[in-house]
Design a protein around this ligand. Structure first.
Ligand SMILES: *Cc1c(COP(=O)(O)O)cnc(C)c1O
Length: 387
């Protein structure tokens, strides 16, 4: 029996050709493929600026710095995310806090955010940056979060690592509402560059800042130089940045992947629809669908409904693994990680995220998944849950 992973990159001959072409070209790092990839991504997501980076974690870090987060600052995010969503604040020596999830969307809860902001205003400790996470690829409530950002004066850094190609209120994720949006191109994500990410913004000044931070704080742009240009070799380091650049090899892969994004997306949607139909009668809670937004379906995440079955999530997970099916669990709530416990967070702090985690299961979903593979997953679930 072959192993079915929860996610798998989709590499076609055209991807391989694109990579080989760069390997045989003049530039491996800062060549023409990067600009082409950035332009194609910006076009697809209807956004003015797209900057490719070495990974989304690097993108989140430099986005925090570009938004002015620093020592004494405060970032809020969802506890139901990968640790990178909050670690980015720690890189800046800023504080982290979390806003519990809405159990139905699994994204940051709007009422919880509103209530926490009201309390924070009273206490005189409002967040500088809020990081909504588009969990599983379903866009967060960005329009309402924007209204709160305008009222309370925080910046929105959207962690759209799951959500390349998703749309919200008729527009691609990243094109509106947030100050900066970050996407991941890790191998399990929607499109891949192996490791990689994209940082998007509509704001020219933020884009210029991000450009500097991505590459040591260095610029060669004549218009941006602070001192007299001393010759064609001249560059200036104007702030402290990092080497968060992507390579031309990766950008060529990303560009080639982007060309197939719609096709891969159609396949993901078809798989998600088929799961919905096949699992409808089982004691599980299916992913929510919302009319005004479309998910990228990075994850197909269900919950074992304890009220309707005796089977536990652990049993179902183990049975899937025993049947060579790579189910997964997203995510261990960030605040329960030892690192965050040492910062003072405790189990019970964000009960909705913790409750979700107890019952959650991410089922295999990837563009090349076959009916037979999906049937195998559903058969195991039926065997355990129909009892
Ligand atoms: C994958 C992921 C990241 C980090 O992405 P990398 O490209 O691996 O650094 C950040 N946030 C979320 C929600 C993710 O799923």
């Amino acid at each position: 029996m072959t192993f079915i992973p929860y996610s798998r990159q989709n590499i076609q001959p055209s991807d391989i050709d694109a990579v080989v072409e760069v390997l045989q070209s003049e530039y491996l790092t800062q060549g023409p493929a990067i600009a082409r990839f950035e332009q194609a991504f910006a076009h697809r997501h209807s956004v003015r600026h797209a900057l490719a980076v070495s990974n989304a974690t690097a993108g989140l870090h430099m986005a925090c710095v570009a938004l002015g987060l620093g020592p004494g600052g405060l970032l809020w995010t969802s506890p139901l995310s990968f640790v990178a969503s909050s670690n980015c604040a720690r890189y800046c020596n800023a504080e982290v806090d979390f806003v519990d999830i809405d159990p139905s969307t699994r994204n940051m809860s709007l009422p919880a955010l509103e209530a926490k902001l009201a309390r924070a205003e009273q206490a005189g400790r409002l967040p500088d940056v809020v990081v909504p996470v588009d969990f599983s690829g379903l866009p967060a409530d960005l329009k309402q979060i924007r209204a709160l950002a305008d009222r309370y004066g925080f910046k929105i850094l959207q962690d759209a690592s799951h959500a390349a190609g998703a749309s919200y209120l008729g527009a691609p994720v990243g094109s509106a509402w947030s100050d900066i949006t970050v996407f991941s191109f890790h191998a399990v994500k929607i499109v891949t560059t192996a490791e990689g990410g994209m940082v998007t913004t509509q704001d020219d000044a933020l884009a210029a800042k991000l450009q500097l931070l991505r590459s040591h704080g260095i610029t060669r742009e004549p218009a941006l130089l602070q001192n007299q240009d001393e010759g064609a070799w001249y560059y200036e380091q104007q702030c402290l940045g990092w080497n968060y650049r992507i390579t031309d090899i990766q950008a060529a892969l990303g560009l080639s992947q982007l060309e197939r994004m719609e096709d891969m997306q159609t396949r993901r949607v078809a798989r998600a629809d088929r799961y919905d139909r096949m699992l409808a009668e089982l004691p599980v809670i299916l992913p929510m669908r919302i009319d005004d937004r479309s998910s990228s379906w990075h994850l197909y995440a269900i919950e074992i409904d304890e009220q309707r079955t005796k089977a536990t999530r652990r049993e179902v997970f183990d049975a899937l693994r025993a049947a060579q099916i790579g189910a997964n669990v997203h995510y261990i709530p960030i605040h329960t990680q030892p690192y965050y416990a040492a910062l003072g967070f405790r189990p019970g702090d964000f009960p909705a995220a913790e409750h979700y985690y107890e019952r959650a299961l991410s089922l295999p979903l990837f563009p090349a998944m076959t009916d037979e593979e999906q049937d195998r997953v559903v058969d195991v679930l039926k065997r355990l849950l129909s009892k």
